[in-house]
Ligand binder design. Structure first.
Ligand SMILES: Nc1ncnc2c1ncn2[C@@H]1O[C@H](COP(=O)(O)OP(=O)(O)OP(=O)(O)O)[C@@H](O)[C@H]1O
Length: 228
């Protein structure tokens, strides 16, 4: 589904913040991305979401060499990827319901075909009472849950989440993790960037560890992954 070969990234004329990344993400797989603050997790997510291009190396997503794609082709590929940004990126002039329904509207679906699904999902993430509220009056944790609901509602082929439980308490974090696990069971490849050790302990999954811009991989058996 995704393949990185000797990928490096620098911002402007600065030092390389990611170097020599070689790894892959399989369809239907589940993995965590961990590492100290500033190690390069968000930068790696941006490469995966095709919002940044590498300064060297090869990034292949859904069998496309991303360096050869036009802007329009990139945005078509991006629709197959769901993302939960660390800063949520909800639209303040739309209600919680409208924010979550937006990707379905953009896909041209009729509201009657998705309304109950959106409402059910909002109730599941504990936002049933916030359906008609606008983002500026939501708490950080409520915004985070709305952002997660917006990313999962379309059942993307790959879901990327940047610290998706950073603003909620442990029981709610567990519930949100279950949502990601369920989504993964229905076929979505999931990658969750997190510092939260208790989250990592709840699911036996592959770990991509970024340290000082380099990657190492631990498979669910606790051994170095030999495939890449
Ligand atoms: N737009 C940018 N311009 C210049 N440098 C940047 C930019 N974005 C990130 N960096 C630098 O790249 C490095 C990696 O940052 P990144 O945000 O990817 O780390 P992170 O692992 O996600 O950190 P955190 O866990 O704190 O969110 C840092 O040194 C950061 O200062």
């Amino acid at each position: 589904m995704v393949r990185f070969e000797n990928v490096g990234l620098r911002y402007g004329l600065g030092p390389e913040v990611l170097r020599d990344l070689t790894f892959g993400i399989d369809p239907h797989s589940f993995q965590f991305l961990t590492g100290p603050s500033g190690a390069g997790k968000t930068s790696l997510l941006k490469l995966l979401f095709l919002s940044l291009r590498p300064t060297r190396g090869l990034v292949t997503v859904f069998d496309h060499d991303t360096a050869r794609l036009t802007k329009d082709e990139l945005s078509i590929l991006r629709r197959r990827i769901g993302i939960v940004f660390q800063d949520f990126r909800l639209l303040d002039h739309l209600t919680t319901y409208e924010n979550v329904a937006l990707p379905l509207r953009v896909m041209g679906k009729e509201e009657a075909s998705y309304r109950s699904e959106v409402v059910d999902l909002l109730e599941w993430v504990g936002l049933g009472h916030r359906i008609d509220a606008y983002p500026p009056i939501l708490s950080g944790g409520e915004k985070q849950r709305a952002a997660i609901a917006r990313a999962v509602i379309v059942r993307p082929e790959m879901l990327l989440a940047d610290e998706p439980t950073g603003n909620v308490d442990p029981p709610l974090a567990k519930r949100l993790l279950r949502l990601f696990v369920e989504l993964n069971r229905t076929g979505t490849a999931v990658l969750i960037a997190t510092h939260d050790l208790s989250l990592l302990e709840q699911v036996e999954a592959r770990r991509l560890i970024i340290q000082q811009g380099s990657i190492s991989i631990i498979d669910p058996n606790g051994e170095e992954d030999e495939r890449w």
